[in-house]
Design a protein around this ligand. Structure first.
Ligand code: AKB
Length: 348
């Protein structure tokens, strides 16, 4: 007998990216395979067995999302697809279209899904420290760790997009169609994390401005020279990918009545680019690392905070990173990257 039931799943967009890799591996280890992965490019062959299904296409393509909802009942969305900060500056309007209109479209899809199946749809959104904009390095140094509602004056299109999406998520969660005669919730339960620069031992980011740290480490592990595009003194917060995944999952699983806000900072460690170089040299003493700042990218990094105050995340959902800088390098980055390039000499 043919069934008209649709399969309940979680949707991951941008699933081929850095966070997508980590998230799919996390769910696989947990034994949860009810995932549909969506990406602009065909899914990485190694990730395909980790999900129930994968689709190739643009989140803005209506035919694709129509096809998606005819086959699946969506209960959670991890919306990772985005154009990162440096790439977005090359095509700001396209970035707005993908980053904001794409997110709005998926939030709307979440409201429709909630109406269909009667349950709220969790919408997990990776926001970024790019949502901040400090006016100059002097102020950045003086204010130190900053809270979510301070310094929300991004200078990049990507930062503007992230901030806009945070507001849209909050609006749909609390105020959607607030003037209706009989108000009902949109059914969307939006939650966002303002990620620092993320560093993975197995993937490299593309098009970001915090990319200098992962690029420096991966270049050293491959025995390649690296010219860093910010100065030695540039400081922003970073986090290794296992902590990034932990943060996303902890926020997704947090009881809603404990959430005092919908957008959270998370911190781990906050080195200067020079300190990242020192950690890399300790592990790879022959690494050839120089500094050749690119004025535009260096300026962007100078507007991002030196560190973040993540006390709301610590209080509301017990956030605590597993890795400080020392442990990140000694126990995760160096051993995993070294093993990775030994096992995948073709990726060099
Ligand atoms: C970028 O550099 O664009 C991202 C970010 C900090 O959100 N890694």
């Amino acid at each position: 007998m043919e069934t008209t039931m649709r399969k309940p799943v979680a949707l991951i967009t941008g699933a081929n990216g850095e966070i997508g890799h980590g998230l799919l591996e996390y769910f696989h280890k947990k034994g949860d395979h009810n995932l549909v992965a969506l990406d602009l490019n065909p899914m990485d062959k190694q990730l395909r067995p980790l999900c129930h299904a994968w689709m190739t296409g643009d989140i803005l393509d209506d035919d694709l999302t129509e096809r998606l909802v005819t086959e699946y009942e969506i209960h959670a969305i991890y919306h990772l697809a985005a154009l990162l900060s440096t790439r977005a500056e090359f095509a700001p309007e396209t970035a707005h279209h993908v980053n904001v209109n794409g997110t709005l479209k998926l939030i709307k899809l979440a409201t429709e899904q909630a109406r269909w199946h009667g349950n709220r749809v969790k919408f997990l959104f990776p926001s970024s420290i790019a949502a901040y904009g400090l006016p100059d390095v002097e102020t950045k140094t003086k204010v130190g760790r900053i809270r979510e509602n301070d310094w929300n004056f991004p200078i990049t299109m990507y930062g503007c997009n992230k901030l806009a999406c945070e507001h849209l998520g909050r609006y749909y969660t609390f105020n959607y169609r607030q003037t209706a005669a009989k108000w009902t919730s949109s059914g969307v339960d939006f939650r966002a994390i303002r990620f620092p620069g993320l560093i993975s031992a197995v993937t490299l980011p593309t098009g970001g401005t915090s990319d200098f740290a992962p690029e420096m480490i991966h270049a050293a592990a491959q025995g390649q020279p690296y010219a860093c595009f910010v100065s030695e003194r540039a400081r922003i917060p970073f986090m290794v990918m296992p902590d990034g995944i932990k943060a996303l999952i902890s926020l997704a699983e947090a009881p809603e009545d404990r959430l005092t806000q919908r957008v959270y900072n998370v911190g781990a460690f906050s080195p200067t680019a020079g300190e990242v170089r020192d950690y890399v040299l300790k592990a790879f003493p022959k690494a050839d690392i120089t500094f050749d700042p690119d004025p535009a990218r260096a300026r962007i990094v100078d507007t991002w905070p030196a560190d973040v105050d993540d006390s709301p995340a610590r209080n509301d959902w017990d956030w605590q990173p597993d890795y400080d800088a020392q442990r990140a390098f000694n126990e995760y980055l160096v051993p995993t990257i070294s093993r990775y390039y030994k096992e995948h000499p073709d990726r060099k």
